[in-house]
Design a protein around this ligand. Sequence first.
Ligand code: KG4
Ligand code: ZN
Length: 355
Amino acid sequence: MLILGIESSCDETAAAVVRDGREILSSIIASQIDLHRPWGGVVPELASREHLEKIEPVVDEALAKANVTLKDIDAIAVTQGPGLIGSLLVGVCYAKALAWGLDIPLVGINHIEGHVYSINFENPPVEYPALALIVSGGHTNIFHVPREGKYKVVSRTRDDAAGEAFDKVAKMLGLGYPGGPVIEKLALEGDASRVKFPRAKISDGRPDMSFSGLKTAVSRYVKENNIAPLQNGDIPAQEIKDLAASFQNAVVSALVHTLEKLGVELRPKTLIVAGGVACNLALRSAAEASARKLGIPIYFPSKHLSTDNAAMIAAAGYFHIKNGERADPSMTADITLRLQNLDVEQLKGKAKYRL
Ligand code: KG4
Ligand code: ZN
């Protein structure tokens, strides 16, 4: 089965052709990073206009690269949410029109579930139950996945996503956007033990995470030590490299500590780490070490599948299409879409788990 995946939830316009959920025939990504860089973050209005410009050429390129035409496509999977409404609508409207015109099935995919499926292409099949850490610019959650397609949030950030913390700290230090890759690069030459940042404690004892206190601690450290943000072309001083390494270390240790704790408790058969921050090699090696300790296999997507792409959306779509699911014509973009579909009743009245 050939599925055309379409992703436009944030600042990447992407299309991919995937065979049977596991083989990528093409994966095209038009990144808007350069467009948003001068603003230090994604500007929603600019993002949706750019998606509108790029969606058709990106889909055409994905088909051409896969050496297929629209007639060969069996179904379409499109990101339905969460994300920026204007951005999502471009992909959803385009996919709906295309599926209707071709008279083929369409499914709307949760973007976070897409990240879970990003490990499908280069790893052995997942054994369930699995534990999945999805860590990106917009999300930081750990899901218990007792069987394919069933998700329960067992940990989440109470405030900022980990990727957002990377981006905000980079902005504070004048390092540019997005923050993750540049902080990772500087951290390679920094001393992670130079600044000790305490791990956030969650007062109700849940295995949740928090990164906004860490961001404030970095800001305080910058002020107290008179560290000036870099100007264009400045060479970063050693204290900035040390700060980058210490900050990265604090984020990685919070993520891996939580994953390991839940790994001990839930004894999954597979660990999954995915999302933009999964590009980070310090996170990968710490998570790998932890998985070795637990004796559980751990799967990551390769770098180009860690950040937003449409191949992961097509892979998730394959599962749903095979499951007999079809989007009806009233399907539309949903910025509040949640992935948790287990034990939701039980959580009512307790702390709200927002994905
Ligand atoms: O998954 P993604 O492309 O978009 C969202 O769904 O949010 O993730 C983008 C995020 C950004 O916050 C970026 O700073 C972060 O992933 N990121 C990294 C690295 N590469 C990207 N964070 C840490 N280290 C990296 N190497
Ligand atoms: Zn994403």
